[in-house]
Design a protein around this ligand. Structure first.
Ligand code: HMG
Ligand code: MG
Length: 298
């Protein structure tokens, strides 16, 4: 049986926009976040505190965090790859921080310029400081199914990283199909490897939709009892260090599926479509959400 309620973490402002070539003004990001809040988003991944040389689009991280009209019932998360990122992030009072590693060595090197083992050494003090400050710590694991540089990634690699994350005190873990190559059984295996180390209530799915499999993969995870997912309005996004990878599964598409199954999300689909239309127009591109396209054509 499926969960009766699902929590969606909206990652459009971060994962969705980090790869955008044209500058997106902070004011547009802030307006997007306000519209997402209006649609009922209770968990928003706002930005990342990474090197502006590596990811110029996130250089306005503090400005965006400061510009949001915060709601007491919304949790705001940010990515922090190291202590430098954490120290900048903490000044902006995030509710949650995210350390992000990879199940493949090559991707770890390309994305964060260090090995998996080195990344854990960098994350450990970040996790410790955050937890001491009462900030919730999420971990993200990239390339849990496939890697743009190494190809298939074995579930044992996923289990290895999940254990390292658990051992340093990470409280929740996201299982990411960074390049969207996963299919339901492969995704299930990556999740099963993770569940050796984390409780089902502390695991989420993060599926990019490059090959059009992300809704199917979401359903496969749901069938296992996973009830938390990262999604991106209008299907925005991609990772700068995963060439050709498209955005996360569109929030609208997942919400349509869940509501159609009688599963609650707390989100208002029409207002989400509005938020997606706003950002798509600002970027000068059509939405990547099939559901939004269908509803807008009505
Ligand atoms: P590095 O070059 O190894 O870092 O980068 P370093 O410690 O040697 O420092 C080099 C320079 O960067 C120094 O500046 C530092 O001050 C600066 P310089 O002295 O040369 O002027 N620096 C920083 N500046 C700002 N914020 C920081 C920071 N750290 C160092 N936090 C680093 C290592 C991790 C910083 C770099 O590789 C980086 O920023 N990478 C970006 C990775 C990224 O953002 N990727 C996309 C997000 S992950 C993702 O999308 C996947 C996910 O969605 C899940 C999935 O789908 O798979 C989460
Ligand atoms: Mg991602």
């Amino acid at each position: 049986s499926y969960p009766s309620r699902v929590k969606l973490v909206e990652v459009g402002p971060r994962d969705g926009l980090q790869n955008e070539k044209q500058p997106v003004p902070a004011a547009v990001k802030i307006e997007l976040i306000h519209r997402l809040q209006a649609a009922g988003s209770k968990e928003i991944e706002v930005t990342s505190f990474v090197s502006p040389k590596w990811v110029p689009q996130m250089a306005d991280n503090a400005e965006v965090m400061a510009g949001i009209e915060r709601r007491a019932d919304v949790r705001y998360s940010v990515l922090t790859p190291n202590m430098k990122g954490y120290e900048a992030a903490v000044l902006t009072q995030p509710d949650e921080i995210v350390v992000f590693g990879a199940a493949s060595e090559a991707f770890s090197q390309k994305n964060i310029n260090c090995s998996i083992a080195e990344s854990i050494e960098r994350f450990a003090p970040v996790v410790e400081a955050a937890r001491a400050a009462g900030i919730y710590v999420r971990g993200a694991m990239s390339c849990t199914v496939g890697c743009p540089y190494e190809g298939d990634v074995a579930p044992s690699q996923v289990g290895y990283l999940a254990k390292l994350m658990k051992d340093i005190g990470v409280q929740h873990i996201g299982v990411a199909d960074t390049i969207g190559v996963g299919t339901p059984i492969k995704v299930r295996k990556a999740l099963e490897a993770t569940l050796q180390h984390f409780d089902i209530n502390d695991v989420s799915g993060h599926f990019h939709d490059t090959y059009g499999q992300a809704v199917a993969n979401t359903l496969a995870a749901l069938a296992m009892g996973v009830w938390q997912f990262d999604t991106s309005v209008a299907g925005l996004g991609g990772c700068p260090y995963a060439k050709g990878a498209t955005g996360n599964v569109a929030t609208e598409d997942v919400v349509y599926m869940l509501h159609g199954m009688g599963i609650e999300t707390g989100l208002d689909l029409d207002k989400l479509v509005d938020a997606g239309a706003f950002i798509s127009q600002a970027l000068g591109r059509p939405t990547q959400s099939r559901v939004a396209k269908a509803l807008l054509a009505k």
